[in-house]
Write a protein that binds this ligand. Structure first.
Ligand code: OGA
Ligand code: MN
Length: 218
């Protein structure tokens, strides 16, 4: 059901409450992360997956880095994914739809929670069998621009837990560390606070596809 309520800030613009976005806001407020299944439709996931694979076949992906002056051997021991940044200024049809949905979410967050998100960056990621991404945090030292991390999984419909590549969030419940295991099922998105939540991608057994991005204030 869609509720139309009067937005108190902009009185003449009707504000349409979105239950999925409200869920995200509530989850992040309570737990600092949110998991939404079927954020993207199966058709959309299929098109995004195809777009990723086409670009991969065109040899456009690069080994992911972890900052300056870290040599390749060390990088490989930390993360093994290959990535390709998505240019919002030059999107293909599918990427255009993707950004429409992201921008809709961003304006909702900005209007309802004053998140102040002004920038964003997204990349495709492909993890081959045998790769992983060790425990880390998504913000760099002296750089607090990344507010929310966003991951969307583009694996095929038959994805099983045995395929590995779980996302593990390290949470803190009253001073005790707990782990939240998240399987990368297609269409699922995970959003979490970039500056707070440490996480890792466990060993991948079957090629694992995703889009990862960050919503930023500056
Ligand atoms: C990252 C990351 C998580 C995932 O790219 O920084 O942590 O589940 N990705 O792919
Ligand atoms: Mn990360």
């Amino acid at each position: 059901m869609i509720d139309v309520v009067q937005n108190q800030l902009f009185e003449d613009i009707p504000f349409v409450e979105n239950s999925v976005y409200e869920q995200i806001i509530q989850d992040i407020g309570l737990n600092k992360f949110s998991i939404i299944d079927s954020f993207f439709s199966p058709e959309m996931v299929c098109q995004l997956r195809q777009s990723l694979l086409n670009k991969y076949e065109e040899d456009r992906f690069k080994k992911a880095a972890i900052g300056n002056r870290v040599n390749e051997v060390i990088v490989k021991a930390i993360r093994g994914d290959q990535i390709l940044w998505i240019d919002e200024a030059l999107p293909n049809v599918t990427e255009h739809l993707f950004f429409d949905q992201i921008n809709d979410l961003v304006s909702y967050l900005n209007t309802t929670c004053f998140m102040g998100i002004l920038h964003k960056e997204f990349h495709y990621a492909l993890y081959h069998k045998g790769t992983f991404y060790k425990r880390h945090i998504d913000t760099f030292q002296n750089d607090d621009r990344r507010k929310l991390s966003f991951v969307c999984y583009l694996n095929t419909e038959d994805w099983k837990p045995e395929n590995g590549g779980e996302l593990l969030l390290y949470l803190n419940e009253n001073g005790i560390e707990t782990e939240k295991i998240i399987y990368p099922f297609p269409g699922r998105i995970v959003i979490f606070e970039s500056q707070i939540i440490e996480h890792e991608v466990k060993l991948v057994e079957t090629e694992r596809l995703s889009i990862t991005g960050w919503l930023k204030t500056r």
